[in-house]
Design a protein around this ligand. Structure first.
Ligand code: DGL
Length: 247
């Protein structure tokens, strides 16, 4: 079983790539919606939540955990790896491929405040940015709108515009989605950004990494999986979670 964890519904954007790549595996998805959003929260609190969710996955019998949340990866993945023997796959900030492919020399990154403060993001930026100008914007209001299941319309457009307009004005030709909630808004972001901008979603690469890792640890004698997903949430209302999972 593979545990997939996010502060809310955003991790579904990674889960759907995992299912596409490994349809026969069994998954347990955990949405920590009672505590969403993680973005502005204290990293110590996120470590606590990530540890509690890991304990839950271990009780379920998971053999691999995908932290399908950039903010939780930034705050908690080194703690999790140091305290548990189960392997974890975290979110990679996809700024490296965007920087390497940029022709205009300007790249936009959309993420939460917590992700921008993370060591992995800062070290990747320091290593690869070079002469490329990286414009960071916290996606204010975007997680909340996706959690409500509102994925398009004038309000969403206004929120997206506020985030991406400064990137477009500066000449960005790539916009990196540094939060797993944002791929649900990718059609709006692409429409508003126009054809000359590539929107980068790291989820497929994270799913490939999970597959590689699973191939290394999987016990060939183990019971055959059936290709199922169990959905769990720390909030009582799971209607949006199930709706977005069926998209
Ligand atoms: N989906 C999350 C991420 O990738 C968390 C967003 C939030 O809870 O603020 O960062």
């Amino acid at each position: 079983m593979i545990g997939v964890y996010d502060s809310g519904v955003g991790g579904l954007s990674v889960w759907r790539e995992l299912v596409k790549l490994m349809p026969d595996e069994d998954y347990v998805y955990f949405s920590d919606a009672a505590y969403c959003p993680y973005g502005p929260k204290d990293p110590a609190f996120i470590v606590e939540r990530a540890s509690a969710v890991t304990d839950f996955f271990l009780e379920k019998g998971c053999e691999l955990i995908v932290v399908a949340c950039n903010t939780a990866t930034a705050a908690a993945i080194s703690h999790l790896r140091a305290h548990y023997s189960i392997p974890f796959v975290g979110m990679e900030p996809a700024i490296k491929p965007a920087i390497l492919r940029s022709r205009s020399g300007v790249v936009g990154v959309l993420a939460t405040a917590g992700t921008f403060k993370g060591k992995l993001y800062l070290s990747t930026l320091a290593r690869f940015a070079g002469d490329v100008k990286v414009i960071e914007r916290v996606g204010e209001g975007l997680v909340e709108t996706v959690e409500k299941g509102i994925l398009d319309g004038p309000e969403v457009e206004a929120l997206v515009r506020r985030c991406i307009d400064p990137m477009l004005e500066a000449g960005a030709d790539h916009i990196v989605l540094g939060c797993t909630h944002y791929p649900f808004l990718q059609p709006v972001i692409e429409r508003l950004a126009g054809d000359s901008v590539t929107v980068v979603n790291p989820a497929p690469a994270v799913a490939r990494q999970a597959k590689r890792l699973l191939g290394k640890i999987k016990d060939p004698k183990q019971e055959q999986s059936i290709g199922s997903t169990e959905f769990h949430s720390s909030s009582k209302d799971v209607s949006i979670l199930l709706r977005l999972a069926s998209l």
